[in-house]
Design a binder for this molecule. Structure first.
Ligand code: SF4
Length: 193
């Protein structure tokens, strides 16, 4: 769908220079999705994986975030192996709704209520990032925190359109439950893609 060099705005790697590869296609159906234009894969040009790797390798920030859409709708084995062969770290942002493919240096699982994550992605996650849209999402976040590995990082992130309402609740929640940390979409505050 698009590729661009920017600053990772969310989660564990927030603040780092990163090349983003956004793949078309998603059928998870989050009503608050901020990239609905990604949903229909057919609306986006096909690009060879070798070209993506060449593009990414031009930049000094040696890390690629593969996102979407739901990137695991595609087999990501070749892309990630080629990136790692060039000394580029591979990070993924996924809802976990599709089988895990690819060789990853970091897996960010952001599960969605609309399509449950696969067990193989839950087990492999380095980071659990739950987007909080309403109060009931705290309980839902805890249910998923019980499933991930013991060393998985835990983040609560306010849904952007309700951020002013939800962020204060997250602040209080994290103060009471310090195993969680706050993830803010700092790229939106910085006005970078
Ligand atoms: S999983 Fe991501 S891309 Fe798909 S609908 Fe939800 S927020 Fe949008």
């Amino acid at each position: 769908m698009e590729e661009f060099y920017t600053i990772q705005g969310e989660g564990y790697h927030a603040g780092k220079a990163t090349y983003f590869v956004r793949l078309g296609g998603c059928d998870v159906g989050c009503h608050w999705c901020d990239v609905k234009e990604s949903w229909d894969e057919a609306n986006h040009p096909r690009v060879t994986v070798d070209k993506i790797v060449e593009n990414a390798a031009q930049y000094p920030g040696k890390a690629v975030v593969v996102t979407g859409g739901e990137p695991l709708m595609h087999n990501l084995d070749y892309l990630t192996t080629q990136l790692q062969n060039r000394g580029i770290k591979t990070f993924i942002e996924t809802s976990g709704a599709y089988p895990l493919s690819g060789s990853w240096d970091w897996i960010c699982l952001s599960p969605k209520k609309f399509k449950a994550p696969k067990w193989e992605v839950i087990e492999a996650a380095n980071e659990l990032k739950v987007v909080v849209f309403n109060k009931s999402d705290f309980l839902w976040a805890e249910e998923h925190a019980k499933l991930v590995s013991a060393d998985c990082k835990l983040y609560l992130q306010p849904e952007w359109s309700k951020s002013s309402l939800i962020a204060p609740l997250i602040v209080e929640y994290v103060k009471e439950n310090p195993k969680w940390e706050i993830s803010l979409q700092i790229h939106k505050y910085l006005n970078v893609p």
